[in-house]
Design a protein around this ligand. Structure first.
Ligand SMILES: CC(C)(COP(=O)(O)OP(=O)(O)OC[C@H]1O[C@@H](n2cnc3c(N)ncnc32)[C@H](O)[C@@H]1OP(=O)(O)O)[C@@H](O)C(=O)NCCC(=O)NCCS
Length: 175
């Protein structure tokens, strides 16, 4: 997309873009509801301090206007977890999500994490198609049980767990 810039979402940039981040989250929530998440994100969700979040999250802008965000943090020594991803409805399908993924992936590699995980609502076919296109696959079997650990079952009901990365591929080859 012409004029697209993708930048790390530092803590300072989060403060600066907070109204736009919240507005974009609301637009997506109003458009697709619980296929997106349980609730709209407020200030505290975007501001929440999570391990290496400011090195692993990014935003996409055109002409200074926010068109997307990718929020992720460190989950374990090997894994980065993605919490929230959105492209403005008017800019979807134009490479914004992919450009954000590429930066998030590069940053994950830079901090030494070889894999990335996320939850996606089963009914969110658009997002699943997108994630599969950029290289995520459904986590199943033992790797899934390992990932879920002692999370309450309700937390994963109606969700798929997707994973992308070298360790997952290696695990699959070994199965
Ligand atoms: C999911 C989402 C972030 C994708 O972002 P996007 O900017 O539209 O994605 P891109 O344009 O970068 O697409 C990248 C690739 O995924 C593919 N893709 C995107 N949407 C797709 C769809 N609905 N069906 C099939 N493939 C799709 C594109 O074709 C593209 O492949 P290509 O490189 O071969 O052309 C966007 O649709 C969105 O914000 N959805 C609403 C919020 C949401 O569901 N977030 C995820 C919650 S877990």
């Amino acid at each position: 997309m012409e004029g697209l810039s993708v930048d790390l979402l530092t803590e300072a940039l989060t403060e600066e873009l907070l109204p736009e981040l919240i507005a974009l989250d609301r637009i997506i929530f109003d458009a697709i509801g619980d296929r997106y998440g349980d609730h709209v994100w407020r200030e505290e969700h975007f501001q929440k301090r999570l391990e290496q979040k400011w090195q692993l999250s990014c935003v996409a802008r055109t002409q200074g206007r926010l068109v997307g965000f990718w929020i992720a943090s460190r989950r374990s020594p090997t894994t980065v977890h993605t919490h929230r991803v959105a492209t403005h409805p008017e800019q979807q399908g134009q490479g914004v999500g992919k450009a954000m993924f590429e930066l998030a992936r590069k940053q994950a590699a830079q901090v030494g994490a070889g894999q990335m995980t996320l939850f996606v609502v089963l009914a969110n076919r658009t997002a699943i198609a997108f994630y599969e296109r950029v290289g995520f696959s459904q986590l199943k079997g033992d790797p899934l049980s390992e990932f879920i650990g002692d999370r309450p079952h309700a937390a994963i009901e109606n969700n798929l767990v997707l994973m992308e990365g070298i360790h997952y591929r290696a695990m699959h080859r070994a199965l």
